[in-house]
Ligand binder design. Structure first.
Ligand code: BGC
Length: 384
């Protein structure tokens, strides 16, 4: 009798456990949703995935360009608002030239005249920015359809993994490159971006993420009142075509000094040759802690909404771009015409034109598949 009673207790406990775990699995599995994002001009359908976490953050990501279309983050009163620029539909992304929210590559940023030498051979990449190569060329990773390898919900967050195989010779680059990008929205309100890549020939690779943030949640406002900190004593000056000159200049006593938080707008209109070339900030900062594995290199704070963003990476540099080329002609989400400086990017990367600057951290990816490319960049959100 006693034994039967024990069996009944155990049996009931197992059933209860199964029911509870089933319920939590179901709850978790509701954290990623997939729907159509329409058709490209060639008729191919693309999709949009909604990732959420247990605190209500929401990221919408399309497999076209592995692009973050929207990112809903609470302000200090808990109001969720979209804090990234983008387009309403796939047509906008297909035609657009601003790289909103995309993964750019094979080489994010500029390569002078699209030329570089690797293993004694000169390569000519496609030219798409004046006389230079920018963000992977005419049809870079941001304008490709990525394969979705999987979505997952766990530990109060959700994630998706995308893959793009870039063919040998694409845009002039050597080697078949297989790149996977894993986006994770964690329970701690972080957007993790993990990159892994291999190649079957020696090549160059420098992918980055190109979200334009506006922490006010209102893209009609500029980002000039955001307080920005970049932990960097030096930046890499550019020439008129925004190609790095090879120097590293001190930020001290210049408008490039963001070592303590400063309003983006404070020095942006100063008389300064570098600011003139970029129409504002469009430069690479040399990150102080780049010998460390993953480190915090920037923060941005928007005082009215209270939104605070911290950014971490394992990369040596960051391109801080203050949205200078937005000119009111780009029709963004909800029909808003994006005006100059209504979004800013913090693109973790190797220093621009590094294939032609042998002393700088190398963007070379060897054919050795046991040494894959890896990058982690994290945007973390809170309020103050
Ligand atoms: C570049 C800018 C460019 C923008 C959009 C940024 O990463 O530094 O010069 O205009 O991307 O293309």
């Amino acid at each position: 009798m006693k034994i039967r009673f024990m069996y009944t207790i155990c049996f009931t406990a197992v059933i209860l456990f199964l029911l509870v775990s089933c319920k939590s699995n179901n709850e978790e599995s509701t954290m990623v949703e997939k729907k159509s994002f329409g058709k490209l001009s060639n008729g191919d359908e693309v999709f949009i995935y909604t990732l959420t976490n247990k605190t209500g953050l929401k990221a919408e990501i399309t497999n076209y360009g592995a692009t973050v279309v929207s990112l809903f983050v609470p302000d200090k009163n808990g109001k969720l608002e979209d804090i990234v620029l983008g387009y309403d539909d796939i047509e906008g992304y297909e035609k657009g030239e601003s790289y909103f929210g995309a993964i750019v590559g094979r080489y994010g940023n500029r390569i002078a005249r699209g030329k570089f030498v690797l293993d004694g051979k000169e390569y000519q990449l496609s030219i798409n920015n004046g006389e230079n190569h920018l963000h992977g060329g005419k049809i870079g990773f941001s304008k490709r359809v990525w394969e979705v390898l999987g979505v997952e919900s766990k530990m109060g967050g959700s994630s998706m993994t995308l893959k793009y195989v870039s063919k040998d010779g694409e845009e002039g680059y050597p080697g078949n490159v297989e790149l996977t990008v894993n986006y994770q929205l964690t329970a701690d309100n972080e957007l993790f971006i993990n990159y892994t890549a291999t190649s079957d020939k020696n090549t160059i690779l420098n992918p980055t993420h190109h979200s334009y943030f506006n922490l006010t949640g209102d893209p009609n406002k500029t980002v000039l009142d955001h307080l920005l900190m970049i932990d960097a004593d030096k930046f890499t000056p550019v020439d008129k075509g925004l190609i790095t000159t090879g120097e590293m200049a001190d930020v001290a006593n210049t408008p490039f000094d963001f070592r303590t938080s400063e309003a983006i707008g404070k020095g942006i209109n100063d008389v300064n040759e570098q600011l003139k070339y970029g129409l504002g900030y469009d430069h690479n900062w040399v990150l102080n802690k780049h010998q460390e594995q993953i480190f915090k290199f920037a923060t941005a704070y928007e005082p009215i909404s209270g939104r605070f963003m911290e950014v971490f990476t394992d990369q040596p540099g960051v391109q801080f771009y203050s949205g200078n080329f937005l000119d009111g002609k780009v029709k963004g989400k909800h029909g808003v015409m994006y005006q100059q400086r209504t979004g800013f990017c913090l693109e973790a990367q190797k220093y621009p034109d590094s294939p032609n600057k042998p002393k700088w951290p190398s963007p070379i990816l060897n054919a050795d598949k046991t040494l894959p490319y890896r990058q982690t960049t994290i945007y973390k959100f809170s309020v103050k």
